[in-house]
Design a protein around this ligand. Sequence first.
Ligand SMILES: CC(C)(COP(=O)(O)OP(=O)(O)OC[C@H]1O[C@@H](n2cnc3c(N)ncnc32)[C@H](O)[C@@H]1OP(=O)(O)O)[C@@H](O)C(=O)NCCC(=O)NCCS
Length: 159
Amino acid sequence: METRDLDGVVRVAALAFPHHFEDRGCFADRLALHPQGCFALEDAGEVVGYLIAYPWRLGSAPALNTGLDALPEGADVLYLHDLALDPRLRGRGLARPAVEALVRRAREDGWPAISLVAVNDAEGFWRRLGFETVQDPRLAEKLASYGEDARYMVRRLPA
Ligand SMILES: CC(C)(COP(=O)(O)OP(=O)(O)OC[C@H]1O[C@@H](n2cnc3c(N)ncnc32)[C@H](O)[C@@H]1OP(=O)(O)O)[C@@H](O)C(=O)NCCC(=O)NCCS
């Protein structure tokens, strides 16, 4: 992903997460802090999907639509902030290879796990991709701010 992709990312995000609005600044901020974890999928010059991941703390999740001054000290997990496709491109097997590529890179970089907050009833999707739901009472309040169906999920990456 590059800065010129951000308008397209915002467009796809608005379609993919109608109940979890995040503004351009939030995406620009992640791209500035961890460009190596930000990817855009382009079709005929148009951004039609994106994936954003960055170092975070296991058992914790960032607040929605909030800028970060810096990545957390002592990060011990790669946090998958968003994976989204334009609706017209879903169901064609594009998401699985994107996640598997991220898993490969995370292993190479030595991350012990990838975490995420599943929304949009996507828990089943993430299970198919090797993620497990983790119940952690310390996360209950934060998860509630993501909506009723939000689930904290982790895919461990044993060496
Ligand atoms: C989530 C999303 C990226 C998946 O894209 P996709 O094109 O359907 O994904 P794929 O076609 O690569 O499917 C991967 C696998 O997940 C399965 N799958 C897709 N959506 C699913 C769902 N909601 N529940 C269970 N399984 C699902 C597919 O059948 C496929 O299984 P297989 O590889 O074993 O055959 C897309 O639906 C999207 O952009 N949704 C809106 C944004 C969103 O909700 N992102 C995740 C929230 S955290």
